[in-house]
Design a protein around this ligand. Structure first.
Ligand code: 13P
Ligand code: SF4
Length: 359
């Protein structure tokens, strides 16, 4: 049984100070022993915790060695000297870490940490898309399984999607599986985009009308939106970009009042570092991200579970697609308003019955 001893209080005092505005002090005696135990075990086992920006402040500020968006986490996974990577994020992020760090042990603390986008498409769906659109390059959002990445020419994230699409050097690409991201990318480029009917269950819940209501009731509101939102939402936003670009915007510009149209833990994480900014918080939680807790991070390090493995033939092809994205380097342009280019949206139903798609 872990206890809040004077030694634990002393060892975690700096961390408590960092999160004092977002974690009530009555909760600290329960969290601190777990935080202390995780940080000690990390040192003993030469492990790192890579956390996504949607993790809760106790994880993001108190046990993570590195926190970032999907692109930054992928790059960091390829660079770390640690023997063990604990992914405080969702399964596709852990798979991406394993692809870029094949010799390391990669652990995901919860088997519930999926993603509605990753679940929307299979490797077979991609093979059928390639059969329908022969020769059209496939750009795949990292929010997908290794099987889907293995069928792709290159990956992208919300931070670089426009650049990756344009770097293909063609006038038509398949961009899978997020329909709204594809439409938001198409708004910024002349490249014709063929999309897939996949959605993020968190971002699809926001509407342009909801954002207009927030603007009417809150003077001087600055609205930042993630590009997994509907194009109507981006049209209402002052800025749109990856989770880390949104955080950078708040830290640099210090708006008096801000609405981050994305998963709600983001606001708590930034609020801990920007007490002068007021956050308006519509709360849409990602249940997959929230399945990661201090308790299961500790258990994952103690019991070395749940190890992420990828069959060698799939890993080799998937790694090529991720590495090609990383090698392209740097982030891309921010997202603009409206939809300029035409987008064709395909789905399993629109592709019709399966005929002769080889694996
Ligand atoms: P970012 O790459 O912008 O962090 O987004 C990942 C994600 O899952 C958003 O829902
Ligand atoms: Fe997937 Fe959406 Fe959760 Fe991100 S927020 S992990 S895209 S379900």
């Amino acid at each position: 049984m872990l206890e809040y001893t004077p030694e634990v209080a002393r060892a975690t005092a700096d961390l408590q100070e960092r999160v004092k505005d977002v974690i009530p002090s009555v909760e600290w005696p329960v969290m601190a022993p777990l935080i202390h135990a995780i940080n000690e075990l990390k040192k003993a086992k030469n492990a790192v915790i890579l956390a996504h920006n949607y993790q809760t402040p106790d994880i993001y500020h108190c046990v993570a060695d590195f926190a970032g968006d999907s692109l930054q986490l992928a790059i960091e996974a390829g660079k770390t000297d640690a023997d063990i990577i604990v992914q405080a994020g969702v399964h596709f992020m852990a798979e991406t870490s394993k692809l870029l760090s094949p010799d390391k042990t990669v652990l995901i603390p919860s088997l519930e940490a999926g993603c509605s986008l990753a679940a929307s498409i299979t490797g077979e769906d991609v093979r059928r898309m390639k059969q329908k659109y022969p020769g059209v390059p496939v750009v795949t959002y990292v929010n997908t399984s290794a099987d889907v990445k293995a069928e792709s020419d290159i990956c992208c994230t919300s931070a670089n999607a426009v650049n990756v699409v344009e770097a293909m050097g063609v006038d038509r690409v398949i961009l899978l599986p997020d329909e709204y991201l594809a439409k938001n990318v198409a708004a910024l480029t002349d490249v014709e985009v063929i999309a897939w009917r996949g959605l993020c269950e968190v971002h699809e819940r926001f509407s342009g009308e909801e954002i207009r209501q927030y603007r009417e009731s809150t003077p001087d509101l600055v609205v930042l939106a993630h590009p997994e939102c509907h194009p109507d939402v981006l049209a209402e936003a002052d800025y749109a970009g990856s989770t880390s670009s949104m955080i950078r915007y708040v830290k640099e510009k210090r708006p008096a009042r801000v609405l981050m149209v994305t998963e709600c833990s983001m606001s708590d994480n930034v609020a801990a570092e920007t007490p002068d900014v007021e956050f308006i918080r519509p709360c849409n939680l990602c249940p997959h991200m929230k399945s990661i807790t201090l308790q299961n991070i500790l258990e994952s390090l103690q019991e070395m579970r749940y190890e992420v493995t990828i069959p060698a033939d799939v890993a080799e092809r998937a790694r090529r697609a991720v590495q090609r994205m990383v090698d392209l380097g740097a982030e891309g342009r921010d997202f603009a308003d409206g939809v300029k280019a035409a987008v064709t949206v395909e789905s399993r139903a629109s592709l019709g019955p399966v005929v002769g798609v080889s694996g």
